[in-house]
Design a protein around this ligand. Structure first.
Ligand code: ISL
Ligand code: CA
Length: 601
């Protein structure tokens, strides 16, 4: 039979369809474009494709506002196109994970149209409606009469007044993304039925958008309002709410359990703690396979949030990732053999909501971006959990250059700019913060080649191509030894082939070193045979000495790791050398941003 745990060895590749490949010159990527590029994914070796939403949508939030879960938006193609994509993926041994956005729908979804049509209609209770708060001197519906003080994640209040029925509806995201009421059993049934139809169509799983926000805490009440903030913070009242585990277990039993194959399920869970994560992902609880959490990408947020960025504190980053490793570590017996799993995490540096990996965690200076992109990839892929590669990351794509507010497309960025300039903030300072952390950094087209439009489109792209596409593109990398792409290919193959990398226990060493990263993986097989994999990485432009008498060697020895034991170890991958070069053995000194993976059995 099929290995029920196949997904623990898998690597996921995320596609943001509007920026992947355009085939009809309208400037938007489309599903036929994905099908046309399957050889790229096949060459990379990924197991699962997570496709951001392609359902019918007014595209207020680029498809995360769905008006018909059962159809494909004409911008992206048709149901026949998705069938062809599924077939093409399956023919190559890859699986398709669809994005499932069910915390909210579009305000143009027929469910919401019905809900807003009257106060006592059958679908009124499918969304979260509340009367205005009574405030002397204010007309119901006026600013200040919202039921709670919550701000939306995309600026402004989280409540929108509906003049026709004289109530507010809740929208944690944009005005066009009203929150569904998961307390209503009919809502849950409608969602489960819809999910079942997609599974029966051939999709292999779901990435569940903000799934930890579906259970709100009632009665809804004001949240804390930090100094200088325009609105209260809803998180405490909406994240990981009282019924969330009940709902996910119910979904699991209704939708996944009855189907024979293992469906891969990823819960996107902003604000989740390590303790809470084990409740979502402990296999014994039958909720979801893994969380997708945000602590490490939040480390650079300043007091004003993501658009008030702070420099990366690498020690904090190392310790944060290691903390997650420890919290979700498997149970092992006295011999070190894994006896059970207790939870699972997703590992990622970037996605469609985050700046580009190499710009944020590496060094995107032209002289350093290739080697640092490869080293941060090695670091991520040597952690335990499922690695995610976001489109273009495998090419070392960087953040883009914004010429002004007009070059932004993302509603989060644009709304934020409008709101903060409205209260008198300095536009230049706002734009500086947005340039670092705007989601649009990740949404520029995939750089396929050096032709105009970067091979993404022959028309006018919906968002400008990043100017460096002439140097950074797939045509210059696929099959080229030493490229970022070939390094990703090697890392993915390593996860498939090596038990220690895929499943082994994890240990961070030398945690307080800001300029390097050392970690150890260990796997003991059924016969008691032990394998160890060691990663040593330089994380600055300075090199890292590893020889006898070096500071690193001394610090590692103090933690019980003797580099002398690794003098004959196999060098599995060394970033400064092409994957097919003779790597040799033993612990090398490392140049700036270089790294090596060593193996010992
Ligand atoms: O990127 C963010 C804003 O800083 C996150 O808070 C993000 O909104 C959050 O991770 C939820 O993201 C998901 O749901 C959103 C959608 O806009 C994102 O693209 C999606 O990944 C609403 O559906
Ligand atoms: Ca198109």
């Amino acid at each position: 039979g099929q290995d029920a745990d196949w997904w623990r060895r898998a690597v996921v590749y995320q596609i943001y369809p509007r920026s992947f490949q355009d085939t009809n010159a309208d400037g938007y990527g489309d599903i036929p474009g994905i099908t046309a590029r399957l050889d790229h994914l096949d060459a990379l070796g990924v197991d699962v494709v997570w496709l951001s939403p392609v359902y019918r949508s007014p595209q207020d939030d680029n498809g995360y506002d769905i008006s018909d879960y059962e159809d494909i938006d004409p911008l992206f193609g048709s149901l026949a196109d998705i069938d062809a994509l599924i077939e093409g993926l399956h023919a190559r041994g890859m699986r398709l994970v669809m994005d499932l956005v069910v915390n909210h729908t579009s305000d143009e979804h027929p469910w919401f149209t019905a809900s807003r049509s009257s106060k006592d209609g059958p679908k009124r209770d499918w969304y979260i409606w509340r009367p205005a708060r009574e405030v002397p001197g204010l007309a119901p519906g006026a600013p200040g009469t919202e039921p709670t003080n919550w701000g939306s994640f995309f600026s402004g209040p989280a409540w929108q007044w509906d003049p026709a029925t004289q109530e507010f509806y809740l929208h944690l995201f944009s005005v066009k993304q009203p929150d569904l009421n998961w307390e209503n059993l009919q809502v849950r049934r409608a969602v489960y039925d819809m999910m079942g139809r997609w599974l029966d169509r051939g999709v292999d799983g779901f990435r569940m958008d903000v799934i930890n926000l579906i259970s709100k805490t009632y009665p809804l009440a004001d949240g804390p309002r930090p100094e200088g903030a325009l609105y209260g913070n809803a998180e405490r009242m909406v994240a990981n709410g009282p019924r969330v585990h009940e709902f996910l277990h119910e979904m699991n039993q209704e939708v996944f359990a009855p189907r024979q194959r293992h469906i891969i399920t990823v819960g996107e869970t902003p604000g989740v703690t390590t303790a809470e994560a084990t409740r979502y992902t402990d296999p014994a609880r039958s909720e979801v396979d893994m969380v997708f959490q945000f602590e490490h990408v939040g480390l650079t947020d300043g007091p004003g949030g993501k658009f008030d960025p702070r420099p990366l504190d690498r020690v904090a980053l190392k310790r944060n990732l290691a903390g997650w490793q420890a919290a979700l570590a498997p149970a092992v017996d006295a011999a070190g053999r894994i006896t059970g799993e207790r939870g699972w995490n997703s590992n990622y540096w970037d996605n469609h909501d985050q700046p580009r990996a190499v710009s944020r965690f590496g060094d995107d200076d032209p002289d350093w971006r290739e080697i640092s992109a490869k080293t941060i990839a090695s670091i991520l892929h040597l952690h335990r959990g499922t690695p995610y590669v976001y489109q273009g990351e495998e090419l070392g794509q960087t953040n883009t250059v914004f010429s002004g507010i007009d070059s932004y497309r993302d509603l989060e960025s644009i709304n934020y700019f409008r709101e903060r300039t409205g209260v008198g903030d300095d536009p230049a300072a706002l734009l500086a913060g947005m340039a670092v952390n705007s989601r649009d950094n990740a949404r520029t087209p995939v750089q396929w080649d050096a032709t105009a439009g970067a091979g993404f489109t022959t028309g006018t792209p919906w968002i400008d191509v990043t100017p460096n596409y002439g140097e950074i593109n797939a045509a210059a990398q696929v099959g080229v030894p030493g490229s970022v792409f070939e390094h990703y290919r090697a890392l993915i193959a390593l996860r498939h082939d090596d038990d220690a990398v895929a499943l082994g226990t994890f240990r961070l060493l030398d945690a307080d070193a800001a300029d390097s990263w050392t970690l150890l993986r260990e796997y003991v097989d059924a016969d008691g045979a032990r394998e160890q994999v060691l990663l040593l990485a330089s994380c600055t432009r300075e090199g890292l000495e590893t020889g006898n008498g070096s500071a690193l060697r001394g610090r590692l020895a103090a933690e019980g790791l003797d580099l002398g034991d690794w003098e004959d170890a196999e060098r599995v991958l060394m970033v400064s050398l092409p994957a097919d070069a003779a790597l040799g053995t033993g612990v090398p000194d490392l140049d700036g941003w270089d790294s090596v993976i060593l193996r010992r059995r």
